[in-house]
Structure formats: C-alpha cells, structure tokens
Design a protein around this ligand. Sequence first.
Ligand code: FCA
Length: 333
Amino acid sequence: MNKRNFLKSLIAVSVLVTTGSISISSQAAETTKLGFLVKQPEEPWFQTEWAFADKAAKDLGDVQIIKMAIPDGEKTLNAIDNLAASGAKGFVICTPDPKLGPAIMAKARSYDLKVITVDDQFLNAAGEPMSNVPIIMMAATEIGERQGFELYKEMQKRGWNVNETAVLAITADELDTARRRTDGAISALIKAGFPEKQIYKSPTKSNDIPGALDAANAMLVQHPEVKNWLIVGMNDNTVLGGIRATEGQGFKAENVVGIGINGTDAVSELSKPKMTGFIGSLLPSPDVHGYRSTEMLYKWVKEGVEPPKYTPIGDPVLLTRENFKLELEKKGL
Ligand code: FCA
C-alpha cells in the first residue's frame, strides 16, 4: 500500500468509527417527552406559549413537546392518560377549569408525572388556590390596574364629561386571574377619580367574544343615558366582545374606549384600516410563560430541581395601532 492509499483507508476507518459512535450515543440519550396542555388553542396567546415551549425544547436538546388541546375536563383527563402512555415525564397545563385541580393532580400522581400550571391556578375542593402546585402567570392585579389607568388617561385625553361616561366591566370572577385583573382595573379607575356608581359589572358565561358580547349587550340596554363607554375585561377577546356590542347598539368609535390584555389576540383588530373603540392592548410575556415553564419542567424532571411555587411575570407593554408591529417584533412574536 502506498502512502496515499494508506491515508485514504485511515480516513475511511475513522469515518466509520465516528459514525458508529454517533449512532451508539443517540441510542443512549433518550428523548425527554413533556406535555403542554392548553384550554383554548384557538387563542393566539396559547399558540405563542406553544411556540416558545418548542423553542425551549430546541435549546435544551433532546426534548419533545407534546401539545394538546384540552377544552373540557374529560379531554384533560384523557390527555394525561395519553401522555403517560407515550412515556412523557410531566406536563405544563392551563386548565379549562380551575376546579379540576385535584382530579388532575390525582391522575398525574398516579403516573408519577410532574405538573407545572401556567396562567390559571388550580383550586382545591374548598375553592382555595392550590398554592403547592407551581404556577407561572401574569401579575394579574398590576396588569388590571394598568388597564384602568390607561382607560382613565384616554378618557381625559378625549375631554369626555365624566357625568356622561360609564365603565362596562365584563367579569369572569370564577377565574381568579380574571377577577384580579378586572378588580385591579376598577380600583385604579376609582383611585384616579372615576365615580364608583358609574361602574357596571356584567358577568360573561364564556371567555370568548360571543360570551362577552352577550354580557355587554345585556348591560348596555339598561343604560341608555350613557354617552361614552370605557370597557374593562380580563383579556383581548372579552374587551373585543364589549366593543362589538357597543357597535351593534350604534355607538361610534369616538364614544368608546377599550384596552385589552394579551396583546397577541389584538393584532387583527389593531390592523384594521378604520379605527375602532379598541385602541390598544397590554402585552405581557406569553413567550416567557411558554419558554420558562418548559425549562422549569425539564430541570425538574431531569435534574430534580424543584421550580418555585409562584412565578409572576409583569411589565406589560401597551400595544397601540402605531407601535404594535414593532413591539411584537422586538419580542420575536
Ligand atoms: C387566562 C386567559 C387567557 C390569557 C391567560 C394569561 O387563561 O383566559 O386569555 O389571558 O390567562
């Protein structure tokens, strides 16, 4: 064998050895499967959390996120069975109903699955928050207060007469994060000087536009004396339902102000060529919720690092028709 051929065969052998060792090591490293279960996959908010869970998985290495839609209790419990059968080690969940907390935890425990909640906190049988289950969520009261403050500011900017103005607060008090947001908004409005007796609460039956629209319609017809409306609600869709109701009852955009929460779900409204009463939305950090919850779960499963019981995420950005594209881009959304 001449020197050149010898070198060639040496390279061939080393390639074989290397490929061999790659396949051996990938057999040894098992993919970690983690579930990410959300109540309303149609909301861009939850799609964003999913996208950033995937991003975390990519950064962490050999991790696969199993994304599941869980619109009701039955689907939730089935999803946990399926996760366990597929070999998942734990899941992040935004429950369709906080009262499912004990059932979800019992099932998860039966399979030895770790659980981190996101956005909506579980309630125990007595209706109290299950503070022993880790939760990562928006700083609800603070974001609500900001909504109330921004509404008041816009009312002043428009020079509305406060006597001809009322607040329509579309509520969902059985969901704690929702109650804290709307309570926060109302207390900020009162603190700023808005008369409490002109704040009307109307509960919604479902946390979507049609539910909020019904709740708003029911209240608007009771107050024909009101000229200008400020709309409070726990997220973009709730506020949008309120805005649609005012439009349906003949109010012009210049007599209505609504500011949503979520940001992600306000994009199509803020993109409309003609201005509506929906002037902005507070964007918290769905990217951080999705990424960090996944990272925490992974560390818990793989390294035994217990996550903190409570991780509030604050500092929302106010998206408007002018800045929303730039602000979403800045966050990579
Ligand atoms: C709740 C709402 C969502 C989102 C999330 C952070 O789950 O239903 O729209 O605001 O909190």
